[in-house]
Design a protein around this ligand. Structure first.
Ligand code: ZN
Length: 290
């Protein structure tokens, strides 16, 4: 039996690798029976217009827009637990939150994906920026592998160092053709742009942090948090310089009880309620300070 699995793997691994390369859009020569065939695939054109998702909620564009980003999808399942996969659990949570916000009214909502597809990391925040999002929430779930008894949600914001680095990179990349926080960067001196982006990123990070605090506050007694729930890290998906962004790790799906709760109608409802309250308070405060 074991031998059969090994032989199976021997065949499966190259096919899998080929699939991964294919997904990355690479061109590679494949020798088959002495001849070399070339498989050509088009690299995704990053400049091409992103297929932007629909915005749900009021048609009034002056209403705040939150973009919800369910992590992973398609060939990338994310973490997996006993019988749950991260990509499915986070899509369920994201939909529950969107539906809650739309039902309560007043806030516009879009999702980076609403089905089982893969969106590359860099595109996720770009979709939100292209839509003009006022808040970006990426939803994930964690796995602690074989370790037992680990549970609870965490909220990530971009770390300070990562924030400065991202600002510098962004200023360099976008020097000639972008608008950050309403400021047109084209025609500006590179050094001036670097400062503008850095300032914008700092303000954005402050917004992200305020929102994370609200999630903790509104989720208290409703959501199960990890003992060290507030974290910061260099997460690519949170690097936009002008859009407050958090990554919510909903819990550990390696913990069967937690996975079941997160996948249940009740668990989704609790998440959606707490998160929707935090979002409403966040936007209400923004409109006062604007
Ligand atoms: Zn994830």
């Amino acid at each position: 039996m074991l031998q059969r699995i090994q032989i199976g793997l021997l065949f499966a691994v190259p096919v899998f690798l080929l699939g991964v390369l294919y997904a990355w859009g690479l061109t590679l020569p494949v020798p088959v029976l002495g001849r070399t065939y070339v498989i050509a695939m088009t690299l995704p054109d990053t400049q091409a217009k992103l297929g932007l998702p629909e915005i749900a909620g009021p048609a009034d564009a002056s209403r705040p827009l939150v973009v919800i980003d369910p992590g992973h999808g398609g060939p990338d399942p994310g973490a997996s637990g006993a019988s749950y996969r991260e990509k499915t659990i986070v899509l369920g949570l994201a939909r529950a939150l969107r539906d809650k916000l739309v039902a309560e009214g007043g806030i516009r909502v879009a999702m980076t994906r609403d089905d089982d597809r893969l969106i590359v990391l860099e595109e996720r925040a770009e979709i939100a920026r292209a839509l003009g999002a006022d808040l970006f929430i990426s939803i994930h779930a964690d796995s602690a592998g074989e370790q037992q008894g680990i549970e609870g949600a965490s909220i990530y914001t971009l770390s300070d160092t990562a924030s400065s680095e991202a600002a510098a990179r962004f200023a360099e990349r976008e020097n000639n053709a972008d608008i950050v926080n309403g400021v047109d960067l084209s025609g500006n001196d590179a050094a001036v742009n670097a400062i503008l982006v850095e300032l914008s990123q700092r303000r954005t990070l402050q917004g992200s942090s305020e929102f994370a605090t609200l999630v903790e506050r509104e989720g208290e007694g409703v959501l199960r948090f990890h003992p060290q729930a507030r974290r910061s890290a260099a997460l690519a998906v949170l690097r936009a310089p002008d859009m407050p962004a958090v990554l919510f790790e909903a819990g550990f799906i390696s913990n069967p009880e937690e996975a079941r709760a997160l996948a249940s109608a009740e668990g989704k409802e609790q998440f959606a309620e707490a998160m929707a309250r935090a979002i409403r308070i966040f936007f209400a405060r923004q409109s006062i300070s604007d």
